[in-house]
Ligand binder design. Structure first.
Ligand code: S3P
Length: 438
């Protein structure tokens, strides 16, 4: 038996990927489900909740503020909502762990509460910019102190009466949009947000499911403050970003035919499917349905040779979390892949452009880093040692690279995979990956 939280992995070629895989619940949806259920009136049930460290940290934060949350079985939460005015002042610091979504959305949510609070995170989160939420929230009347450079921990001064704003977001970020909307729900007057490019709209859809009157269309959202939320049931779809590693692996490994069950296909998340199809991938959607108001389908992925492409800029925000997986696909394709317009990747859980460029080079690939992307020459990968920089998606992407490399790929620092995909290694082995703890 391998330890459930190994320090590192050795990834080697396995067998063709075959059979069926069910990946865990969506991280973005799980965070939001707990937050809105906690602030709603009445009892909500969440099915398919992601049992990851990030989403559990968010649930623990609401428990610290007096919300009763039961876990009758894995992936189920019963949340006894406290109402928008029913949270209790927390005794200590609120620990968001590794979760940018947790911290940024909570900043908006807590800015209008009557008590002070402090949001902190792990070493990676402590390096991520929070000024992007502090600035619009301050315009609404919030008082949030950060460390030098707008970094966490955040000290939120409660008891402020917030005013609605018209916010033209300079950055295409669902977290920023969501923080402003959650503050706006508790502000006087109307709050509206416009984005430079439409981002995932889970907050808008879920506010609506909780009975909030909100107008939204791609790239814009508008609501009136002072509305209460009513408890509801939330069915969380399987996380596309977790499925992405299996999609790329099954595409690359000859002889593979893998079915990914009931994957969330929100159009603001599936840019990777479009890019891989442009590269020649064979991915079929079967049994389209709706789960909790979100489109889902089984994805049947068969091996196909890939060719490099210039990734269209308009796809980038729809695949921002899939860059590590795409970079591996590009390194194994025929020809050159160019990714640009993706500067946001520098401020994710790690600098994902630098992390992927360094790791792929260690495996013999030719990669030129750009400020906002990378140029990746496809070819054969060799074995080697790579660093995940403590970033879950970098670790999983190199586990995929190991399925193609001509030698062992040693991946350091993989414990953070538990933030978004606990049990990845076990599931990957079942599907055919060569992957072991080291
Ligand atoms: C998320 C939004 C994205 C994404 C992150 C989850 C969300 O971040 O990268 O993994 O749940 O709203 P940005 O809002 O910073 O683009």
């Amino acid at each position: 038996m391998t330890s459930p939280r190994p320090e590192g992995w050795i990834a080697t070629r396995g067998t063709p990927l075959r059979g069926e895989v069910g990946v865990p619940g969506d991280k973005s949806v799980s965070h939001r489900a707990v937050m809105l259920a906690a602030l709603a009136d009445g009892t909500s049930r969440i099915d398919g909740f992601l049992e990851g460290a990030d989403t559990r940290a968010t649930a623990a934060i609401f428990a610290q503020m007096g919300v009763r949350i039961q876990a009758p079985s894995a992936s189920v939460r019963i949340v006894h909502g406290a109402g928008i005015d029913g949270l209790r002042a927390p005794a200590g610091v609120l620990d968001c762990g590794n979760a940018g979504t947790g911290m940024r959305l909570l900043a908006g949510l807590l800015a209008a509460q009557p008590f002070d609070s402090v949001l902190a995170g792990d070493a990676s989160l402590s390096r991520r910019p929070m000024d992007r939420v502090i600035e619009p929230l301050a315009r609404m009347g919030a008082v949030i102190d950060a460390q030098e450079g707008g970094l966490p921990p955040l000290r939120i001064r409660g008891g402020r009466a917030l005013r609605g704003i018209e916010f033209d977001s300079p950055v295409a970020s669902a977290q920023v949009k969501s923080a402003v909307l959650l503050a706006g729900l508790q502000a006087q007057g109307v709050t509206s947000v416009r984005e430079p490019h439409p981002t995932r709209d889970y907050t808008e859809r879920m506010l609506s499911a909780f009975g909030v009157d909100i107008d939204f269309s791609p790239g814009r959202a508008r609501l009136r403050g002072g509305q209460r939320m009513r408890a509801t049931g939330i069915a969380v779809p399987a996380d596309f970003s977790s499925a992405a590693f299996f999609i790329v692996a099954a595409t690359l490994v000859p002889g593979s035919e893998l079915r990914l069950r009931s994957v969330g296909l929100n159009p603001r998340r599936t840019g990777l499917l479009a890019a891989l199809r442009m590269m020649g991938a064979d991915i079929v959607e079967e049994g389209r349905a709706s789960r909790g108001g979100e489109p889902v389908a089984d994805l049947v992925v068969r091996h196909a040779p890939l060719r490099g492409i210039a990734v269209p800029a308009e796809l980038v925000p729809d695949m921002i979390d899939e860059f590590p997986a795409l970079a591996v696909a590009a390194a194994c394709a025929r020809g050159t892949t160019v990714i640009s317009g993706a500067a946001e990747l520098r401020v994710k859980e790690s600098d994902r452009i630098a992390a992927m460029a360094a790791g792929l080079r260690a495996l013999g690939a030719e990669v030129a880093e750009r400020a906002d992307g990378a140029v990746i020459e496809g070819g054969a990968l060799a074995g080697g040692a790579v660093e995940s920089l403590g970033d879950h998606r970098i670790a999983m992407a190199f586990a995929v690279a190991g399925q193609l490399a001509d030698g062992e790929v040693a991946i350091a620092d993989v414990a953070n995979v538990a933030t978004s995909f606990p049990g990845f290694d076990e599931l990957a082995r079942q599907a055919g990956f060569g992957l072991r703890a080291r």
